[in-house]
Design a protein around this ligand. Structure first.
Ligand code: SAH
Length: 366
């Protein structure tokens, strides 16, 4: 008989759910149903990955045994059953009018796999479908402080969550240690997600993590994310390119001050300049660009804490920006945009953030 199915969203709080399948293959399904508040029973031929909150039951040996078992629960979830048992379970559920659903088993490849996932600039709507799928299938998620992580329980309910970012009062986990953790988890057979803010390859040290995995023989893939370099200016109404205004944009890190040569090239190149991690070196950058011939009235925008309720856009020009930034107390994280496109900026941040939330409601995203 061919099976047809329909995706449903069920409230399983307090419901008895029987999961049938090996404990290792079913580990993420078990975690998801527990996280959703179900009372989880497990009929498994093997108990390799015991879970303290799961109630194990005997594997039935007869059709009558299967019927007795399923009639004691509200929902049955089959995860990769042995071919001999599958028809017995289907028949028992039909006989006792108990719902049966099927869920994908979690792979148990050894070694596992690492996926670097770009989480976008902090707005949950800017997480990609690929990112959500990778999170849903993860056994362990290593995330940063800046990247989106407040809804991880929902996005990756079957996974352990490890914060490797800087916490107030604590140091960030050093980069080599992060790489060691990713590799060790994958070698233990886990499906690993490394969730980063923005795009993993834009000042995210993603390249180093990919190299570390490859060096250890661990397979690794990258899911690009929406970078703050484009999306944060966009929210302030600034397009990084605009017909007849700017046909190129340069993205740079302000972590270390630019050399005289770099400053000269940047001014010569023209177009839009986007600076990440640039609040600390702003005085050096502004005076350097002016020294190399940038027009004194070239506009510059400082967009702090993009996509948050405290987003703030400050517009000045290259000759006044250091004073203005000091007056308003501009702080990191912020994106700086230098160029004629800044004249298109919309400085009503509260309105922009509210508009975004409203549009998401209208399109049914929230
Ligand atoms: N990989 C990230 C950038 C990492 S560097 C990306 O593609 O976006 C961290 C810098 O990104 C911060 O110092 C800041 O300059 C910028 N940034 C990231 N998120 C931001 C946000 N929500 N608002 C403002 N700046 C942000």
């Amino acid at each position: 008989m061919s099976h047809r199915s329909l995706d449903l969203s069920l409230d399983v709080t307090g419901r008895r759910v029987l999961i049938v399948g090996g404990s290792r293959l079913a580990r993420r399904v078990i975690a998801r149903y527990l996280a959703a508040g179900a009372i989880v029973f497990l009929a498994a031929d093997t108990y390799e990955v015991p879970h303290p909150d799961v109630r194990p039951v005997e594997w039935p040996r007869s059709p009558a045994g299967w019927r007795n078992l399923v009639s004691a629960v509200d929902l049955v979830v089959a995860v990769d059953l042995p071919p001999k048992s599958d028809p017995l379970l289907v028949a028992a559920c039909a006989d006792r009018s108990v719902w049966l659903t099927r869920e994908a088993a979690a792979p148990v490849s050894r070694p596992g796999h690492v996926t670097l996932v770009g989480g976008g600039p902090g707005d949950n709507d800017l997480l990609t479908v690929g990112a959500l799928n990778a999170l849903r299938g993860a056994d362990i998620v290593y995330h940063d402080r800046l990247g989106p992580h407040d809804l991880l329980d929902q996005w990756a309910p079957g996974a352990e969550h490890v914060n490797v970012g800087k916490q107030p009062g604590h140091h960030a986990v050093p980069q080599v240690e992060i790489e060691r953790m990713l590799v060790a988890s994958a070698l233990a057979g886990l499906t690993v997600v490394r969730l980063k803010g923005g795009d993993p390859f834009v000042f995210g040290r993603g390249g180093e993590e990919v190299a570390a995995c490859r060096a250890a023989g661990v397979s690794v893939t990258v899911i690009s994310g929406v970078t703050s370099a484009i999306s944060v200016p966009a929210l302030a109404g600034i397009p990084v390119t605009h017909r007849e205004v700017s046909r190129l944009f340069t993205v740079l890190s302000g972590h270390v001050p630019l050399s005289e040569e770099e400053l000269a090239h940047l001014v010569g190149l023209g177009g839009t300049i986007v600076v990440l991690m640039g609040v600390g070196t702003l005085p050096h950058l502004a005076s350097g660009l002016a020294r190399h011939g940038m027009a004194a009235d070239m506009p510059i925008a400082i967009i702090e804490r993009g996509f948050s309720s405290q987003q703030r856009t400050t517009v000045a020009d290259i000759s006044t920006v250091v004073t203005v930034a000091g007056e308003v107390g501009a702080r990191s994280p912020a994106v700086l945009v230098i160029g004629e496109v800044v004249r298109l900026a919309q400085c009503d941040d509260a309105a922009a953030v509210a508009e975004l939330a409203n549009a998401a409601t209208l399109t049914g995203q929230r």
